[in-house]
Design a protein. Structure first.
Length: 269
């Protein structure tokens, strides 16, 4: 599958973003959402302490200049079918998903009125941000769990995501938790997806089909689409898979990648 050209505006963060210094990533999210005119909705559904986390990001976004910041607590599916909740997302210029467990987001939002409104507003230009689980859930197929030092068959559990970013699987806390093995495991199984591993305090800012890296770490992009050999499907569960001819890119702050053409954009210095 080749992704289409209808990419929404996204800020996908690898987790543990700077909240006390320059706050480069969160500041960019607010800027994209309208700056002083931003009307933001924070959805802390992934967190075990949604009230605490919601209030934290509400304060941070106010400090960064956003005029309106609301916390939308969705503790059950009925909350995501509520007309008032849908209206909040409808008038938002930016929606932000906090970290935690990405399955909680899908369990509570998937297929609801808020989910439908979120996609509609994305098509109209609203920016969506997310950190850690809030970034992982942007994928069509998301990584749910699984740790592996070497690529292994059946080592990683996946599930459906919010389908905001076509053709991509996002992994977070990438360098800090040594997740190259699990990302290779996933793209071995789904080679049509680009694997995007995002370090902590690092993000990709997606506008059009261009993804630009910001933050203090790097983004690792793994492309198994051109692999010369891939036995992920034939390898017994738990066994190491063979992947040959995989393309890998490591991109720090300021570098960009074309998600449609599957290649880095390296402008002349």
């Amino acid at each position: 599958m080749v992704p289409g050209t209808n990419f929404p505006r996204l800020v996908a963060i690898g987790g543990a973003e700077d909240k006390e210094g320059e706050r480069t990533i969160l500041r960019e999210f607010v800027r994209l959402a309208g700056g002083q005119d931003a009307c933001l909705v924070v959805i802390p559904s992934a967190s075990e302490t949604p009230d605490v986390v919601g209030e934290l990001y509400q304060r941070l976004f106010h400090e960064l200049g956003a005029s309106e910041v609301a916390v939308l607590t969705i503790a059950a599916r009925d909350d995501a079918r509520n007309e008032a909740a849908m209206r909040q997302v409808e008038r938002a210029t930016g929606t932000f998903f906090t970290g935690g467990d990405q399955l909680r987001i899908m369990n509570r939002l998937g297929g609801t009125g808020v989910d439908t409104m979120l996609h509609r507003r994305c098509e109209e230009g609203m920016v969506v941000g997310g950190t850690s689980a809030g970034a992982a859930v942007m994928s069509s197929t998301m990584i749910v769990e699984g740790e592996t030092k070497s690529p292994r068959a059946g080592a990683v559990r996946t599930g459906p995501g919010l389908e905001l970013l076509p053709g991509v699987i996002i992994d977070q806390h990438f360098a800090q938790r040594g997740r190259i093995g699990r990302l290779l495991s996933v793209v071995g199984l789904f080679p049509h997806y680009l694997g995007v591993g995002i370090d902590e305090d690092t993000a990709i800012v997606v506008q059009g089909h261009r993804a630009t890296v910001i933050g203090s770490g790097a983004v690792t992009i793994v492309d198994a689409g051109g692999a010369s050999f891939n036995d992920a499907v034939d390898t017994p569960s738990g066994g190491c898979i063979t992947l040959c001819g995989v393309t890998l890119h490591s991109l720090p702050h300021g570098r960009s990648f074309d998600l449609l053409e599957r290649k880095p954009i390296i402008a002349a210095d």
